[in-house]
Design a protein around this ligand. Structure first.
Ligand SMILES: NC(=O)c1ccc[n+]([C@@H]2O[C@H](COP(=O)([O-])OP(=O)(O)OC[C@H]3O[C@@H](n4cnc5c(N)ncnc54)[C@H](OP(=O)(O)O)[C@@H]3O)[C@@H](O)[C@H]2O)c1
Length: 353
C-alpha cells in the first residue's frame, strides 16, 4: 500500500516536470525561435528542454544559385568560412569565379555545378538530385540568381517582362520546387533574394525588375506559410543598392525605340549607368548577416527568425515611405472603400443549406 502511494506520488511529480518542460519548450520556440534540428543528434539523445539558441549543431549544406559574381560569390565564401559545405551553381564553369583564391581547407567543402535556372524543372531536378548526393542532403537553398534588365514598359512590352520573369520568378520557383523534397527532409531553410525594388516601384526603367521582385516577395510569403508545417523556415531578403558586380549592368533596353520616349530613355539610361560603384551597401557584410541568421549566430543569436530581411539604409527608408504612403491613402479612402459591400448579409440558397 505504502509502495503504491509512493509510486503514485513520484509518477505525478514526473508528469508535472515533463509537462513543465514541454511548456517551456513551446514558450521558448515562440519567443526565441525553433532550434534547428540536427541529424547528428538522434531524437532519443535530444534533451527535453530546447537549447537556448537555434544555432545549428551541424555543418550545413548550402545550395546557392548565381555564384559567379555579386552576392552569390560573397555568400559562398561566408558560408565556407563558418565551416559549412557549399554547392555553388554557375552558368558557366569557365567563368573566372573568385579574384581571391580560396584557402585550401575550404576547397574540400565546395563543389561547383553548372546550372541555368531557366533550364526547366526536369533538367534542374536531375542536377539538384545529383548535387544533393554529394553530401547526402541539402539544408539551405539560396535563390540568389537574378537579372535586372532595365527598360521602359511600352518599349520593352511583355517580351522584356517575360525575359525578366523567366529568370527572377519562374527560375526561382523551379529551383524551389525541385529542391524542396531535400529541404523538407532536412527541415532546413530557403532564402529568396528579392529586392527593395518591389516597394520602390515608382521609378522609370525598373518596371520589369520591380514587378518580378514583387512576384518573388508574394511567392515567398505564401511559401513560408505552406512550409511551416514541415518546420522549414523561409527568409525573404530585400536588399537596397549594393556594390556588387552589378545587377543592372546590362545595357538599357533600346531595341524598340519610340520617339516620344527619347528624352526619358536617355536620362534614365544615364542614371542607371552612373550608379555602378557608388552604392552604399557592402555585399560582404550583407551576406555575413544572412549566414548569421541561417545559423542563428553572431548578430542573429537569440533573435527570432525574421522572415523579412530588409537590407541597407535606402531599402529601409523606401519600405517605410511606401508603407506610410499606403497608410495615408487608406486613411483618406477607408470609409469610401468600405462602402461597397451589400447592405444585408447573404441569403443562403436552398441548395447551399
Ligand atoms: N546588387 C544590388 O544592389 C541588389 C539589390 C537588390 C536585389 N539584388 C538581387 O541580388 C541577387 C544577386 O544580384 P547581384 O547584385 O549579386 O548581381 P550580379 O553580380 O549580376 O549576380 C547575379 C548572378 O545571377 C546569375 N544569373 C543570372 N541569370 C542567371 C540564370 N538564368 N541562371 C543562373 N544564374 C543566373 C549571374 O550569373 P552570370 O555571371 O552567368 O550572368 C550572377 O552570378 C539578384 O537576385 C538581384 O536581383 C541585388
Amino acid at each position: 500500500m505504502i509502495m503504491q502511494s509512493l509510486f503514485q506520488y513520484f509518477n505525478t511529480r514526473l508528469h508535472f516536470i515533463s509537462d513543465a518542460a514541454r511548456r517551456y519548450e513551446h514558450l521558448h520556440e515562440f519567443f526565441v525561435g525553433r532550434s534547428h534540428s540536427s541529424k547528428d543528434v538522434s531524437k532519443s539523445e535530444k534533451p527535453v528542454i530546447a537549447v537556448k539558441s537555434f544555432r545549428p549543431q551541424k555543418q550545413l549544406v548550402w545550395l546557392i544559385t548565381g555564384t559567379s559574381t555579386g552576392f552569390g560569390r560573397r555568400l559562398v565564401r561566408s558560408a565556407l568560412q563558418r565551416g559549412d559545405c557549399v554547392i555553388a551553381t554557375v552558368r558557366s564553369l569557365d567563368a573566372d569565379l573568385d579574384d581571391e583564391p580560396l584557402p585550401e581547407e575550404f576547397e574540400k567543402n565546395l563543389r561547383r555545378i553548372q546550372l541555368d535556372v531557366t533550364e526547366g524543372e526536369e533538367c534542374l531536378k536531375a542536377k539538384v538530385d545529383e548535387a544533393a548526393a554529394i553530401w547526402g542532403r541539402i539544408d539551405v537553398l539560396v535563390n540568389n540568381a537574378g537579372q535586372g534588365l532595365v527598360g521602359l514598359s511600352e518599349e520593352g512590352g511583355s517580351s522584356l517582362y517575360r525575359r525578366t520573369f523567366n529568370v527572377n520568378v519562374f527560375g526561382l520557383i523551379d529551383m524551389t520546387t525541385v529542391t524542396l523534397p531535400w529541404i523538407r527532409e532536412s527541415q532546413g531553410c530557403i532564402v529568396n533574394v528579392g529586392s527593395r525594388s518591389a516597394w520602390k516601384t515608382e521609378l522609370v526603367g525598373v518596371g520589369p525588375y520591380s514587378a518580378s521582385k514583387a512576384a518573388v516577395h508574394a511567392f515567398t510569403e505564401t511559401l513560408a506559410t505552406e512550409l511551416a508545417q514541415f518546420n522549414v523556415r523561409v527568409l525573404l531578403v530585400a536588399p537596397g543598392a549594393f556594390r556588387t558586380e552589378g545587377i543592372h549592368s546590362r545595357p538599357f533596353f533600346q531595341d524598340r525605340p519610340i520617339a516620344a520616349y527619347d528624352n526619358v530613355r536617355e536620362t534614365t539610361a544615364q542614371r542607371f549607368a552612373s550608379i555602378t560603384g557608388t552604392q552604399k551597401g557592402d555585399p560582404v557584410r550583407a551576406m555575413e548577416l544572412v549566414v548569421d541568421i541561417v545559423r542563428g549566430e553572431g548578430t542573429a543569436e537569440h533573435k527570432p527568425w525574421p522572415s523579412h530581411l530588409i537590407l541597407g539604409d535606402d531599402a529601409i527608408a523606401d519600405v517605410k515611405a511606401k508603407s506610410s504612403k499606403l497608410m495615408a491613402t487608406l486613411e483618406k479612402w477607408e470609409s469610401t472603400g468600405r462602402a461597397v459591400s451589400f447592405d444585408s448579409s447573404p441569403v443562403r440558397s436552398r441548395s447551399a443549406s
